[in-house]
Design a protein around this ligand. Sequence first.
Ligand code: SF4
Length: 366
Amino acid sequence: MNTQPQTTLLGLDLEELTRIAEEAGEPAYRGRQLFEALYRGRVSSADEISTIPKSFRHRMGELGLAVGLLGIDRKFLSRDGTVRYLVGLEDSETVETVWMPEGDGGEEGDGSDAGERGWRRATICVSSQVGCAVNCQFCLTARLGVRRNLTAGEIVGQVIAVLNDQNVSPPLERVNLVFMGMGEPLLNYENFVKAVRILVSGVGIPESRMTVSTAGIVPRIYDLGGEAIRPKLAISLTAANDELRSRLMPLNRKWNLAKLMLAAREFPLRNREKLTFEYVLLGGTNDSREHARELAELVRGMRAKVNLIALNPGPGLEFGTPDEPAVLAFQQLLLASGIPAFVRRPRGRDIYAACGQLKRTLEAAT
Ligand code: SF4
């Protein structure tokens, strides 16, 4: 009987897998074979790894080396093709991962490349923590508090679980990733960055098709700018003055707009790369012309665009959905100031998959 504690392979990088192979008395190149099988082949057990000898596969079992693929506990299908997955973790927690065919506007997030039908332009919205500690007042995930960080394997594992379920294979088929699910990715920095590297080099999704959204963890924005491999950056603003932003996003008291915008201006953009600013429009709170003018002033002169997201109503939220004319007027004012501004289509509202709605209780969602 196997008495070894289990070691989960998913989430280990090439170096770590090579070390494991060597410690098991195998040649170093077995590490590469494991890496390819886990991330490109997306195997569910060692038995499926036909590139390695049977004897090593057997020994992996004895050594307690398990792939650690994540299971899908529940799946909710929207009329618009969006699928919300409840992905099960080993400790019985769940996280939510959302599949959006045609891509929520693709990685541009603005509808500019969402013309084609079908999954070739799908976007997966990935969670980084169970719950979230940031406490944005307009977000349902915030109600949970943070339960724990996800491991790199759990971040990569969500993507693999969805790709397997949808039977999609990057890089041939175009998949975008947005790290905008549950949690604040930059508060789980090491695991998040490690997962990104594996998703690029292992799973085969180019970093240019990934976007990470932060509520404004300023020191980690600087760190991210220094990474050799990193997604594009989106910053959730939602207010363009400190008084209102501190009310809506309490972390603004720690890193105010001056600090945040300095980090944004100093963020080293690559060729043709733009920053994204997200602005959740809350009816009667931050959606007036004056607010739009303030926002235009704040981002003027930057290589950036603004994504406007009309609030998705939720139980217990004190804010309302803005009127359609107010949303369009807000957008027009930004455009007139020379700032690219897009209104994001809400996806999967009927299954509570839209922004800020993740992690409703199962009872509420069914
Ligand atoms: S909006 Fe994002 S950062 Fe803010 S509480 Fe929700 S999950 Fe956390």
